[in-house]
Design a protein around this ligand. Sequence first.
Ligand code: ASP
Length: 314
Amino acid sequence: MTKIALAIHGGCGVLPQDSMTAQEWAEARLDLGHALRAGYAVLKAGGRSIDAVEAAVVVMEDSPHFNAGHGAALNEHGLHELDASIMDGQTLEAGAISASRVIRNPIKAARVLMEDGRAVFLTGPAADTFAGEKGLAVEPQSYFTTPKRVEALQAMKAHAAAGTEATENEKHGTVGAVALDADGHLAAATSTGGYTNKPDGRVGDSPVIGAGTYARDGACAVSGTGKGEFFIRYVVGHEVAARVSYLGQDLETAAGGLINDDLAAHDIGAGLVAVDATGNISAPYNTPGMFRGWVTTEGKAFVATHEELYEITL
Ligand code: ASP
């Protein structure tokens, strides 16, 4: 039996602290707490890390506060196209779907695809058809839309017309989870609406195994958030695992190096959560904040949006 650990993120598209009311921040933290509890309950009962990360991500997909599922970003045509993936560090099995327009919980479709085993990655209408055939819930586009995302699209279009820079929050967000279970197995899951005003058909890093999501027993599990194009180029998830495995770096050095050195050099917002084979957790970000939370191997749980950590009871 190894110790259990869990970490989640709700994206690094977080505004400066004074730009939202205390109540709005508190509501987002509440949903982070719900997601942690859902994932931790699985681990605590001796369940598998793959089930824990799926459970945590479903809660954040259902929350309007994060850019995934209900509350996902709108693309340039005012449409939601959803990406998600999940990976089992024990077997290296994985499932990914991209550009879904109807799947209520894209992470569930990624998981069902992983179990199905005929493909690792399905995209667009084929992913939507697959989910429907497997009996997963599908929704009209209006289900995914929230007033905040409509405003963000308007703001992004205004920035594009005026040639001004958007805030991190207007741009993007994502949700993800990583876990270590009592049998020593790692898993990772990530789900996103991508970034606001993204080109039609654009696929980011979140469903790309090795980039936005990666898990390998003995190394670590990683879920990223930030400008996906760079996560794909740096193959961030796999790169963190490679630095841990082959350079012998500790998790904090490997994960922090990618976010604060490699990716920060491109002047892009980026963050990730990661857990290693002994339950160490790392959650670096280079934006004003990152929605995040974790449960340590000692069973202590924290949620945060900016620097300050809030301890919560599970
Ligand atoms: N990584 C996501 C994407 O590029 C967006 C984000 O996390 O901000 O699709």
